[in-house]
Design a protein around this ligand. Sequence first.
Ligand code: BEZ
Length: 224
Amino acid sequence: MSNKPLNIGDQFPNFEAQTNVGRIDFYDWMADSWAILFSHPADFTPVCTTELARVAQLMPEFLKRGVKPIALSCDTAESHNAWIEDIKSYAKLSSFDYPIIADNKRELAVKLNMLDKDELSAEGIPLTCRAVFVIDNKKKLRLSILYPATTGRNFDEILRVVDSLQLTQTKSVATPADWKQGGQCMVLPSVQAADVPKLFPKGIETIEVPSGKSYLRITAQPQI
Ligand code: BEZ
């Protein structure tokens, strides 16, 4: 097993794993979708419960973007299924529609470098941190974030990043601070002035700055 840290742009490794809904081959499970794999320290913990509930509520938003969520927690599939009943009750969900990987032996947590040496189980074994991997439909890692166990994630932010990743992979723009779907975008520094009319028929605005350099170029969000 490799535990070399993954970098953005790396091929995300395939794996087989037990989940609460049976055994999966990760690539087969993804099929032609994007995926978000997010890990948890343990079942029946408060912050994790709020996170799994939030992702269940946001399922339509993930699916609209062609993204399949999958969680990982270091307990058994039986434990996950019992916990899911608590999550559904907590968030008043009628169903829970994405799988949770049962990594009770921590094999995947080691392989994907997700263990937090400062966060120990009751038995003194390192737990997983809150990792987020966004993997595209070519199985490439597009985003990786690590949070400590004591900080729950903001899944609206993860959706925002997915929107940016999916926009900027085909259009010659980057998304600025606090950008949201439909907001103004920045023209990529690599775009030559001569190519602007062809790439941005609706025009761009160049903000003047004391340096006199023309790098702050703003445009309306292009249609994907
Ligand atoms: C939680 O999910 O609430 C949690 C889990 C492990 C450590 C700290 C918080």
